[in-house]
Design a protein around this ligand. Structure first.
Ligand code: GLU
Length: 497
């Protein structure tokens, strides 16, 4: 472990696109590990691959991490003692250290043209050898180097890998892993434009930022021996490595990708998922604590340990995640919390006013009583609009008059029935659902209708739909005035139809 023993971990995304659920899962594991140990979680942006750079991506990554509640102690937007935390602002650090490696015989300039490198690759392929650089420039004399430079060729810098022996590391999840050095390439560490490659920048920054544990996706495992060799060349102690697995498609056949469904964290935000539910779900992709499925954030922090992460790949289940989201909406969030999260959707749909961002307290209280009736049917926050819209409008949405006529009833029977209902409800106390129900049930014999038939006619009149929450609670929340107006409108529809 690094000398000062403090847990310092980092997430080091490249701003090449949206933060993917796989990256978010690794970030969550890393964050939980930091919080569990009272250590530091550092965010560093690895933007040295200018070809893959996507401008808005960095802001999107910040937004996604903040939404998931993965706050960082050091990094862009918050600063810290080891900044800057954006690699493109640290280029001289990498250049100086690359020069140091060359001076001390651990690295060398390579002047090979892309054409030559292609030929070498093709020749290796032809001979059935693994593609790689043939170390052509490894032993150039000073004169040769001077000659290339005189021709104006800007070299790349390559690391001199040992030609024999092995390189090992102990991965926290996977145990000891060993590579044969003769199979490792003299990788490029500094490009001819002066930008470092990932390998050089990651090692220098993890060292300078005093990172104790490097947690990153399994796809970086093959680069690790190169990193270990770089630590060796610099004479630095390497951090502890942990490489959680990739996430597989639901059927287990290959890596999860865009084609399988939503994979961007912010897509989940837009689609009405709760960050708590996504965190809870992601924590269980490769980690568990007995049979427990629902964890508060505090429980996750308390129970999580990197060493318990299973190194074999986990399958992503869109259904399980949806179930988890529904569970949080139905059972975990308080009604007030849920209301606050639903209101922006209702505002966006124009159902609740948006005066300076906040609805009035009366509107808020009304929205809360509506959501109380429907929350058990809600799987996604976005559904709130569709489920509740009829509560927020003066009239119901348009509906077919035929819906007012339940099965095995005649249109001619429904009009008079609704007239009687209207008369009774005019006298009713809407806060007393049981009394309202009793007085309507008394009508059944007189009208010759079954309860289901009468209630369906009233339900359609009052909500414009055949499916709604309980009829009496719906009427209570809608209030007498609107309920009666809607019944009157239904009678008019029948009379006209
Ligand atoms: N910059 C790398 C990426 O975006 C992260 C690798 C690492 O964490 O070391 O995947």
């Amino acid at each position: 472990m690094i000398s000062n023993n403090r847990v310092r971990v980092r997430m080091a995304p490249s701003p090449t696109g949206d933060l993917h659920v796989g990256g978010a899962r690794t970030a969550l594991f890393t964050w939980l590990f930091a919080r569990h140990h009272g250590g530091d979680f550092i965010l560093r942006i690895e933007d040295t691959d200018r070809k893959r750079f996507v401008d808005e991506s960095m802001q999107g990554i910040f937004e996604a991490l903040r939404w998931l509640g993965l706050d960082w102690d050091e990094g862009p937007q918050v600063g810290g003692p080891y900044g800057p935390y954006i690699q493109s602002e640290r280029l001289d650090l990498y250049q100086e250290r690359a020069a140091w490696l060359v001076e001390h015989g651990h690295a060398y300039p390579c002047f090979c043209s892309p054409e030559r490198l292609n030929e070498v690759r093709a020749a290796h392929r032809e001979r059935g050898e693994p593609p790689g650089y043939d170390r052509h420039c490894r032993n150039l004399t000073l004169e040769q180097i001077a000659e290339y430079r005189a021709q104006g060729i800007e070299p790349v810098i390559r690391l001199k890998m040992p030609l024999e022996g092995t390189t090992s590391l102990t991965d926290l999840l996977r145990g000891e892993i060993t590579w044969e050095n003769r199979l490792l390439e003299d990788a490029v560490i500094l490009k001819s434009d002066g930008y470092p490659t990932y390998h050089l920048a990651v090692v220098i920054d993890d060292h300078l930022m005093k990172i104790s544990h490097v947690t990153r996706g399994e796809e970086w495992l093959p680069s690790s021996p190169l990193h270990v060799q770089l630590y060796e060349a610099f004479g630095w102690e390497p951090p502890i490595f942990a490489h959680p697995s990739v996430i597989l498609k639901p059927d287990g056949k290959g890596k999860l990708s865009k084609r399988d469904g939503a994979v961007g964290v912010l897509e989940y935000k837009r689609n009405g998922y709760l960050p708590e539910a996504l965190d809870n779900y992601l924590a269980l992709l490769g980690w568990s604590s007995g049979d427990q499925e629902i964890f508060t954030r505090e429980e996750l922090i308390e129970k999580f340990d990197l060493a318990d992460v299973n190194p074999s790949p986990s399958r992503f289940s869109f259904e399980k995640l949806l179930w988890m989201n529904q569970h949080y909406i139905n059972h975990i969030l308080t009604l007030e919390d849920l209301t606050q999260r639903c209101i922006p959707y209702l505002q966006q749909a124009g159902l609740v006013s948006d005066v300076a961002g906040d609805p009035s307290s009366a509107e808020h209280a009304y929205a809360q009583s509506v959501i109380a009736l429907l929350k058990d049917r809600m799987k996604l926050l976005t559904e709130v609009v569709e489920l509740t819209s009829f509560f927020f409008t003066e009239e119901t949405e348009p509906y077919e008059p035929s819906l007012l006529v339940p099965k095995k009833t005649e249109p001619s029977a429904v009009g008079p029935a609704l007239e009687r209902v209207e008369a009774i409800l005019t006298e009713a106390d809407f806060d007393d659902e049981a009394a309202m129900q009793a007085s309507l049930d008394e009508l059944l014999a007189e009208l010759g209708l079954k309860r289901g038939q009468l209630y369906m006619a009233i339900r359609v009149a009052v909500t414009g739909r055949t499916v709604s929450p309980g009829l009496f609670e719906t009427m209570r929340v809608l209030g007498k005035e609107r309920t009666l107006a809607r019944i009157a409108a239904a009678r008019a529809k029948l009379a006209a139809g």
